[in-house]
Design a protein around this ligand. Structure first.
Ligand code: JB8
Length: 237
């Protein structure tokens, strides 16, 4: 998979070099290309924003700057790949779920466009939705809260998608039994335990020490169901 990120804070993406995503980069399972939006500004001050039409607080990121940056990334990109999917984090987007993470992981090429200030000129997404240079445009929100910009959301979305790529998770860490995995019907997973069997007066549930794999699977299903009912009744409804 190839990922491009266009941002006024490309350094914000440095955490991608670490941990699981960093390992995928080292193994060549992933390529990440960072781009400074300001390199596509048109003036000596490298301006990327302007006042909102209609008035109001804050600033809006300029359509022409974003358009030139996105066009440049597409033009520089590999022509053997299919058209890229454009991903635009915004509090007004569709909620990012595990199903969306799965969907992102199935594209060979993603271009993330995190904005700042009051967001980008609305015509940017309108334009690329009609453009055959991209496979599509997804406006996505992490949830019902507001960040100072889309960069932190990009870190979240990239990690959620990349860990689903074939061969990125080790044998020890399987995606199949976890919370929200396919086949768990969007349920929370049961709590987990490791040695020692007693700690500060608390015991590991005895069934998990029994070696009876059928009873263990049954206990985990029930514990996950109980937890889902208590914490996330919305997932059952
Ligand atoms: C300015 O909460 B968010 C988000 C917040 C933002 C921008 C983009 C995304 C741009 N504030 O996902």
């Amino acid at each position: 998979m190839r990922i491009d990120v266009i941002s006024i804070f490309p350094d914000y993406m440095q955490p991608l070099k670490l941990s699981l995503v960093g390992k995928a980069l080292e193994r060549g399972q992933l390529e990440v290309h960072l781009h400074d939006l300001r390199e596509h500004a048109h003036d000596v001050h490298r301006t990327v924003d302007d006042s909102p039409y209609g008035g109001g607080p804050g600033m809006v990121m300029k359509a022409d700057v974003w358009g030139d940056a996105i066009d440049a990334v597409i033009a520089e990109g590999p022509h053997d790949l299919l058209a890229p999917l454009l991903v635009v984090p915004t509090p007004t987007g569709d909620v990012f779920t595990q199903a969306r993470a799965q969907e992102l992981s199935e594209y060979p090429w993603l271009i993330f466009c995190p904005s700042r200030y009051e967001g980008m000129d609305g015509r940017v997404v309108d334009f690329y939705r009609r453009s055959s240079d991209v496979a599509g445009v997804l406006e996505l929100s992490l949830g019902d809260y507001v960040l100072a910009g889309g960069e932190a959301a990009v870190l979240v979305m990239v990690e959620a998608a990349v860990r689903l790529l074939p061969g990125v998770l080790g044998n020890g860490e399987s995606v199949v039994d976890e919370s929200f995995a396919d086949g768990t019907e969007g349920m929370l997973a049961a709590p987990v335990y490791t040695r020692p069997p007693q700690w500060r007066g608390l015991d590991v549930p005895e069934v998990l020490l029994s070696g009876d794999h059928q009873r263990i699977a049954q206990w985990r299903r029930q514990a996950g169901l109980d937890l889902t009912r208590t914490r996330r009744p919305d997932l059952i409804d």
